[in-house]
Design a protein around this ligand. Structure first.
Ligand code: AMP
Ligand code: TRP
Length: 343
C-alpha cells in the first residue's frame, strides 16, 4: 500500500427512504441541498432506498406509491434526471450483492452499537427483522458501490457513516488494497433542522401524529398558510438579535424557516422584522412559503398523473447507476477471491 491515500474523484451519493410523505424538513434539510450540489456541477447520485424501507413492514401498494411520490418530490424540487442519477435501489443489484460482502466484513459488535437499531427495534429487538439489524451494511454498500466520496445526510446518520468508513477501512486492510474510499460525511447542522410547528424542540417529522406539526410537500396553498398561521409561538415581538431567540425555540424555528425559504440568513430576517409581532410575521412567512412550495406541490401532482413516466425515469437512472456499480462490484468480487468466468 502507498503512504498517501488514493484520491477518488468527488462523487456525491445520498438516499432517502420511500416510507411516507415528504415534509418541509426533508425539502430544506435534504432535497434543496441535493439540488445545490447538482447545480454546483459535482456528479450526484440520488437513490430511493426501497430495500431499506422494507426492513420494517411496508404495504406493497403504499410502498410503490411512496417510491413514485418521492421521485416526483426529487424532480419537483429541482433534481434534473439528466444531470443527476435518480433511481430506486432495488433496480440495481449491486447494492444487495455488495451488502452481503459487507455483512461478512462488519462485526456483530459494530452493528450492536448502532443507536438507530436500538431506537427502531425498541424493547422487542428479538422480533425485529434481520434486515433492520444489518441495515447499516446495506447503507455502506449503497455508498461504496459507487466509490462515492461525499454523503450529505442528517445528524442522525452520522453513526452509520462512521460504520461505512470502518467497513471500507477493514476491507482495504484485510485484502491489502486501497479499493474503497473513506467517505466524508456532509452533516447538516442544527441550523438546517426544521422543527415541529407545535413544539420547537422536536424535529418536524412525517411520523408525528399531528398533521398540524408539519408542512407536507403535498399540502396545497391553503393548508400551508393555515398551518403556519396556527404555528405555536409566544406573545413577544421578534427581537433585534438572534441571541435573544435562544430560549424561544418556536420563534427561532419560524425565523429559520423564513431564512431558508428566502435564501437569506436568519440575521437578515431579524434585521427585517425586529420589533414586529407574529401578527405581521406569520402572514409574511405564509406568503413566502406558499410562493416557494406551491409550484413544487403543483409539479408533484402533475408528475404523479403519469406514473409510467416516473417509472421510465427511474429505470433510466438505474441503468446509468448500474453502469457505474456493476464493474466496481466485479472488481470487489475478484479481490475477495470469488471466481468470475471470462466474458
Ligand atoms: P427522513 O425523513 O428522516 O428519512 O430523512 C430524509 C432526509 O431528510 C435526511 O437527509 C434528513 O436529514 C432530512 N430531514 C428529515 N427531517 C428533517 C427536518 N425536520 N429538518 C431538516 N432535515 C430533515
Ligand atoms: N439511512 C438513511 C436514512 O434513514 C437512508 C440511506 C440509506 C442513505 N442508504 C443511504 C443515506 C446512503 C445516505 C447514503 O435517512
Amino acid at each position: 500500500m502507498s503512504d498517501t491515500p488514493k484520491a477518488f474523484p468527488p462523487r456525491i451519493f445520498s438516499g432517502i427512504q420511500p416510507s411516507g410523505g415528504l415534509t418541509l424538513g426533508n425539502y430544506l434539510g435534504a432535497l434543496k441541498r441535493f439540488v445545490q450540489a447538482q447545480d454546483d456541477g459535482t456528479e450526484t447520485i440520488y437513490c430511493m432506498v426501497d430495500l431499506h424501507a422494507i426492513t420494517v413492514w411496508q404495504d406493497p401498494a403504499k410502498l410503490r406509491h411512496a417510491t413514485r411520490e418521492l421521485a416526483a418530490g426529487f424532480i419537483a424540487a429541482g433534481i434534473d434526471p439528466a444531470r443527476s442519477i435518480l433511481f430506486n435501489q432495488s433496480q440495481v443489484p449491486a447494492h444487495a450483492e455488495l451488502a452481503w460482502i459487507f455483512n461478512c466484513v462488519a462485526r456483530m459488535g459494530w452493528l450492536k452499537r448502532m443507536t438507530q437499531f436500538k431506537d427502531k427495534a425498541g424493547k422487542n429487538a428479538e422480533n425485529a427483522s434481520v434486515g433492520l439489524f444489518a441495515y447499516p451494511a446495506l447503507m455502506a454498500a449503497d455508498i461504496l458501490a459507487y466509490h462515492a466520496t461525499h454523503v450529505p445526510v442528517g445528524e442522525d446518520q452520522k453513526q452509520h457513516l462512521e460504520l461505512t468508513r470502518d467497513i471500507a477501512a477493514k476491507f482495504n486492510h484485510d485484502f491489502g488494497v486501497e479499493f474503497f474510499p473513506i467517505v466524508e460525511p456532509v452533516i447538516e447542522g442544527a441550523a438546517t433542522r426544521v422543527m415541529s410547528l407545535r413544539d420547537g424542540t422536536k424535529k418536524m417529522s412525517k411520523s408525528d401524529p399531528s398533521d398540524m406539526s408539519r408542512i407536507n410537500l403535498t399540502d396545497d396553498a391553503d393548508a400551508i398558510a393555515q398551518k403556519l398561521r396556527k404555528a405555536r409561538t409566544d406573545p413577544e415581538p421578534l427581537p433585534d438579535t438572534l441571541d435573544a431567540l435562544a430560549e424561544r425555540p418556536e420563534a427561532r424555528n419560524l425565523v429559520n424557516i423564513y431564512a431558508a425559504l428566502a435564501d437569506i440568513t436568519p440575521e437578515d430576517v431579524i434585521a427585517q422584522y425586529a420589533g414586529q409581532g407574529f401578527g405581521t410575521f406569520k402572514p409574511a412567512l405564509a406568503d413566502l412559503a406558499v410562493d416557494k412550495l406551491a409550484p413544487i406541490n403543483a409539479e408533484m401532482s402533475r408528475l404523479m398523473q403519469d406514473v409510467a413516466e416516473i417509472d421510465r425515469i427511474l429505470g433510466d437512472g438505474a441503468a446509468r447507476a448500474n453502469a457505474i456499480a456493476q464493474p466496481i462490484l466485479e472488481q470487489c468480487y475478484d479481490i475477495v477471491g470469488l471466481i468470475r468466468a471470462a466474458r
